[in-house]
Design a protein around this ligand. Sequence first.
Ligand code: FES
Length: 172
Amino acid sequence: MNKTLPSPRRENEPLWRDEFSVSRADEHYVSRRQLAKFLTLASVGMFAGNLWILLRSWLRKAPEYPRRTIAEASEIPVGGVKLFQYPKPADQCIIIRAADATYVAYSQKCTHLSCAVFYAREHDRLECPCHQGYFSVTDGSVLQGPPTRPLPQVVLERSGDALVAIGMKPEV
Ligand code: FES
């Protein structure tokens, strides 16, 4: 580094100039070595951050869902609904008997701002009253409104007359 020696104090210059004898030009001077050091440290930091994100996504376990009987098939009339909680007690869901042998279930939480959706039988769709978001009963996809993501679907299994929830699609 090209260091200049401090010049001798002139008569009317303050004393602190002697004690902090770094010239203004030197303060702004960044050597190539300092820049290389900074860039290397920044690169190592970014590499470590990305490695951490990658490891976390590799080590993340797929959520496990309980098997839970949520309704008896015969208790829901065609076009009827039943509310239930799945997978946790606070996760409100809705099951709809769309046809004689067709049952579909979704999370009741709208994917826009989490208002509760309900089944509008006259339009055969799930509707959110907050901002008129509409979802398909067939697959939970968005039909209209501000939501951009489909409703998470509860995966069902039939066991005799029992309708059993076995998971969520996509996983939540
Ligand atoms: S919260 Fe459902 S559409 Fe906005």
